[in-house]
Design a protein around this ligand. Structure first.
Ligand SMILES: Cc1cc2nc3c(=O)[nH]c(=O)nc-3n(C[C@H](O)[C@H](O)[C@H](O)COP(=O)(O)OP(=O)(O)OC[C@H]3O[C@@H](n4cnc5c(N)ncnc54)[C@H](O)[C@@H]3O)c2cc1C
Length: 402
C-alpha cells in the first residue's frame, strides 16, 4: 500500500480552514498527498462576530464536518500539544501525525500581561466559550440587579468596564449598550443606572484606524452612553474593582478584558523563531525562518508588509489571504512552480457599533475609498460576514446545507 504524504494544517479558524480547502482543491489530482486539519473544536468560529454572541448568543459557528464534507481532508478534532519542527511531527492529546508540509494557523489568545488579579477576575473574549460565558453572566446579573433594592449596590452591579479600546473592545461596548437598553426595559431597571466604560491606553479608541474614523466611532459611542477613559491602563484587579494607572479605582463586578493578544506557547516551544507577541517570524512567502516546509499564517504569523515594513495586523482579512497563499506556495513547492510573495491587500475596515450601526470604508480601484456610516455600514458589515461564508461554500463546493 502506498504511504501518503501529509500536509497538515493546525487550526480551523479563518486562515486554517481557507488553507485546507484551497489545498484540497489544488491537490485534487494528486491522491498521493493527504490534507489533514486539526482543531480543538469541531466547529469553525466566526470570530469577528464574537461580540454579538457575547451579548445576544447569536449563532457564529459552523461544524467543520459540514464544510469539508467529501473533500480530501481528514479532520482531527483535538488539542495540539507540541510541534516537533525538526522531526516533522505534530503531537496531539490523542496521538501524533508526521508531516511533509505544515501550516500553523493557531490564531491568538488573550494576553493578561501578568496584571495582578486580572486573569482571575475578568472575562476574556477570544473564543465561543468566552462569549457564551459572558452572555449567561450578563443575563443573570441584570436579573439580580432588578431585584436589588439598594441603589448603590445596583449601580455597582450595572457598571461594566471594558479593558482595551481596540476593535474588539469597541464592538463589544456598543453591542452591550444596545442590549442594556433592551434589558433595562424588560427588567424595569432604570437605564441611567447602567454604565459602560472603555479604558484604553491610547489617546483615542481604535488607535490603529485613521483618526477621522476613530473620531466618528468615539462620537457614536458617546451617543450610545458609553464612557471612554483614554490614556489609562488597568494595573490591578480585584473581584470588586479595577485600579487604573492614573490611580483612579473603578468599582465594578464585571471587567471584560480585550486589551491584548499573544500567540500560544506552542509556537515558542516548537523551536521556530518568534517575534513580537509570540508571533512566528515568516519570510516573504510565509515560511517560518529556517524551515521551508513550515508555513505560518494569520494571527500566529509575524508577516511584514513589504510596502510599509510594518507587521501585518492580526485581522481576519489577512488570515484569509495568507491561507490561500500558503496553500498555493506549498503546491508550487511540490509541483515545481514559482512561489508568490505575500503582498497584503487592505480591502477596507468596518467597525460595528451595535445591531444597526457601523462605521467603515471599502477600498476602490485607483487607491480610492468609499466610506460608510450608520445603517448602510451595518449592511456592509453583514455583507462582509456573509461573503466569508459564501467563499467557504464556494471553496468546499459540496457543502451540504441542512
Ligand atoms: C471580538 C473580536 C472581534 C473581531 N473583529 C474583527 C473584525 O471586525 N475584522 C477583522 O478583520 N478581524 C477581527 N477580529 C480579529 C480576527 O478574528 C482574527 O484576526 C482572526 O480570527 C485570525 O484568524 P486565524 O485563522 O489566524 O485564527 P483564528 O480564527 O483564531 O483560528 C485559530 C484556530 O486554531 C485553533 N487552535 C488554537 N490552538 C489550538 C491547539 N493547541 N490545538 C488545536 N487547535 C487550536 C482554534 O480553536 C481556532 O479554531 C476580531 C477578534 C475578536 C476577538
Amino acid at each position: 500500500m502506498e504511504v501518503k504524504k501529509n500536509i497538515v494544517v493546525i487550526g480551523a479558524g479563518y486562515g486554517g480552514i481557507t488553507a485546507a480547502l484551497r489545498l484540497a482543491r489544488l491537490f485534487r489530482q494528486h491522491p498521493e498527498y493527504q490534507i489533514h486539519l486539526i482543531d480543538r473544536n469541531p466547529y469553525h468560529t466566526l470570530k469577528t462576530q464574537l461580540h454579538e454572541a457575547a451579548v445576544r448568543k447569536t449563532e457564529i459557528s459552523i461544524p467543520i464536518d459540514r464544510i469539508i464534507q467529501r473533500q480530501n481532508i481528514v479532520f482531527h478534532p483535538g488539542e495540539v500539544t507540541r510541534i516537533d519542527s525538526n522531526e516533522r511531527i505534530v503531537h496531539m492529546e490523542s496521538g501524533s501525525l508526521s508531516f511533509n508540509y505544515l501550516i500553523i494557523a493557531l490564531g491568538s489568545q488573550v494576553n493578561f500581561y501578568n496584571i495582578p488579579g486580572l486573569q482571575e477576575n475578568s472575562f476574556p473574549l477570544q473564543t465561543l466559550r468566552d462569549a457564551h460565558l459572558i452572555c449567561d453572566y450578563i443575563g443573570q446579573l441584570c436579573m439580580r440587579a432588578a431585584s436589588e433594592p439598594v441603589e448603590e449596590r445596583r449601580r455597582d452591579m450595572l457598571r461594566f468596564v471594558i479593558g482595551g479600546g481596540g476593535l474588539s473592545g469597541v464592538e463589544f461596548a456598543a453591542e452591550l449598550a444596545d442590549h442594556a437598553a433592551q434589558c433595562t426595559r424588560n427588567s424595569r431597571v432604570d437605564p441611567r443606572e447602567v454604565e459602560i466604560i472603555i479604558v484604553g491606553p491610547g489617546s483615542r479608541v481604535v488607535p490603529r484606524m485613521d483618526e477621522s474614523f476613530a473620531t466618528r466611532i468615539h462620537k457614536k459611542l458617546l451617543e450610545k452612553g458609553v464612557k471612554i477613559i483614554p490614556r489609562s491602563k488597568i494595573i490591578g484587579r480585584t473581584p470588586d474593582a479595577a485600579t487604573l494607572s492614573s490611580g483612579e479605582v473603578l468599582k465594578t463586578k464585571t471587567l471584560i478584558w480585550t486589551g491584548g493578544i499573544r500567540v500560544s506557547e506552542l509556537a515558542r516551544e516548537s523551536g521556530l523563531k518568534i517575534g513580537e507577541s509570540g508571533r512566528i517570524v515568516v519570510d516573504e512567502f510565509l515560511r517560518a525562518e529556517g524551515y521551508p516546509f513550515i508555513y505560518a499564517i494569520g494571527d500566529s504569523a509575524l508577516a511584514i508588509n513589504p510596502y510599509t515594513k510594518e507587521p501585518v495586523p492580526a485581522a481576519a482579512q489577512f488570515a484569509l489571504q495568507q491561507g490561500r497563499l500558503a496553500a498555493y506556495n506549498i503546491y508550487t513547492d511540490i509541483s515545481g512552480g514559482v512561489r508568490k510573495p505575500y503582498h497584503p491587500k487592505v480591502l477596507g475596515e468596518v467597525v460595528s457599533l451595535g445591531r444597526h450601526l457601523a462605521v467603515g470604508w471599502l477600498a476602490l480601484p485607483f487607491l480610492k475609498k468609499i466610506t460608510f456610516v450608520g445603517f448602510l455600514g451595518s449592511l456592509l458589515k453583514t455583507a462582509i460576514q456573509e461573503k466569508h461564508i459564501f467563499l467557504l461554500r464556494k471553496e468546499s463546493r459540496k457543502w451540504i446545507t441542512y
